[in-house]
Write a protein of this length. Structure first.
Length: 126
């Protein structure tokens, strides 16, 4: 049986559960929107593994760090919800921006069959 350690940080902000997966996910794409689209399968499997029972629950929100696509950015971040989770995740985004990670800026989001996906870019500093 293969074993793999996955490091995460869990946050609760205004009642919104957020699990940030540490370590960069290798996802192809020249923009964060392309990375989100290309990574849907791989990130979706990891999201399901990490944010559903027994490790999480239906309302948990997942965030995955990727390589940056913008000059001056430290990393990118693709995030998604479970299909039954609330569509509005502003508090979770605030949690990422207030976490020990650098400031994150929202690039965009879309609602898909599998849930809501948000795309972020990151810059060091406040």
């Amino acid at each position: 049986m293969m074993q793999r350690a996955i490091r995460t940080i869990d946050y609760h902000l205004a009642g919104e559960p957020l699990r940030i997966v540490l370590g960069r996910q290798v996802v192809e794409g020249c923009t964060m929107a392309e990375k989100a689209a290309n990574g849907e399968t791989i990130l979706g499997r990891q999201r399901d593994f990490l944010v559903t029972e027994p490790r999480g629950h239906a309302e948990m929100f997942g965030a995955f760090l990727t390589d940056p696509v913008s000059a001056g950015s430290a990393f990118g971040c693709c995030s998604s919800t479970r299909p039954r989770a609330a569509a509005s995740r502003g508090p979770a985004a605030t949690g990422r921006s207030r976490s020990p990670l650098p400031r994150l800026s929202r690039v965009g989001s879309k609602v898909t069959k599998g849930g809501t996906k948000s795309v972020w870019t990151c810059r060091w500093g406040r």
